[in-house]
Ligand binder design. Structure first.
Ligand SMILES: Cc1cc2nc3c(=O)[nH]c(=O)nc-3n(C[C@H](O)[C@H](O)[C@H](O)COP(=O)(O)O)c2cc1C
Length: 178
């Protein structure tokens, strides 16, 4: 199973370089990303749309629905980390209307769908409509190796243990940790 998700590297190369790119609106995906950073030693990079989303829920929901349905990719603030330097890229997002948040979609598109990389998607949700987060990532990353998705609620118990089990199922923590 591990071979499926490992990015091929030369025999003598250093350990894989791990990037954790995420968008969070209210902080829950950020907590997931930070826990993952502790487990893997990867580099965190947070994505921000250049135009912040509305703070009131009705306006936010309307805008998110519109952007997802029209495949709108919002402009992002520049980030220092480019995925080009990394072998393995975790991508984190809240579940928004059953899909990934448009800022993450924009970043994946901006970086050519992370072609040739190993991509591990994770998301935060409230236990509502699960939608198809995996499908959204796969359709934006057709030339990446996309691992099974990890999902957690903001109040998830034993988060570190669950993340660890997911990493093991994706090929083993030792295979992807620094
Ligand atoms: C506009 C919007 C749409 C959402 N749609 C869903 C959904 O379809 N399914 C679900 O389980 N949670 C949904 N949620 C809840 C978020 O996924 C959940 O609160 C998540 O933990 C937020 O992550 P964040 O704090 O990183 O932004 C939605 C929240 C918002 C604001």
């Amino acid at each position: 199973m591990s071979a499926v998700y490992e990015t091929p590297r030369p025999e003598t190369s250093a350990p894989p370089r791990i990037l954790i790119a995420y968008y969070t609106y209210s902080g829950s995906t950020g907590k997931l990303a930070e826990e993952l950073q502790r487990l893997t030693g990867g580099t965190l990079t947070r994505l921000y749309p250049s135009q912040p989303y509305p703070s009131r829920f009705p306006e936010l929901l309307e805008q998110v629905r519109r952007e997802i349905h029209s495949h709108h990719y919002p402009r992002l603030l520049p980030v220092s980390e480019s995925p080009a330097r990394y072998d393995i890229v975790f991508v984190g997002t809240p579940n928004w209307c059953g899909s990934i948040a448009p800022p993450l979609a924009a970043w994946l598109r901006q970086h050519g769908g992370l072609a040739g990389k190993t991509v591990l998607p994770l998301y935060s949700h409230c236990g509502g409509e699960p939608g198809n987060i995996a499908g959204a990532v796969r359709s934006l990353c057709p030339k990446a190796q996309v691992a099974p998705v990890f999902a957690a609620r903001p109040d998830e118990d034993d988060l570190a243990a669950k993340l660890d089990a997911w990493l093991t199922a994706c090929g083993g923590l030792s295979a992807i940790s620094v």
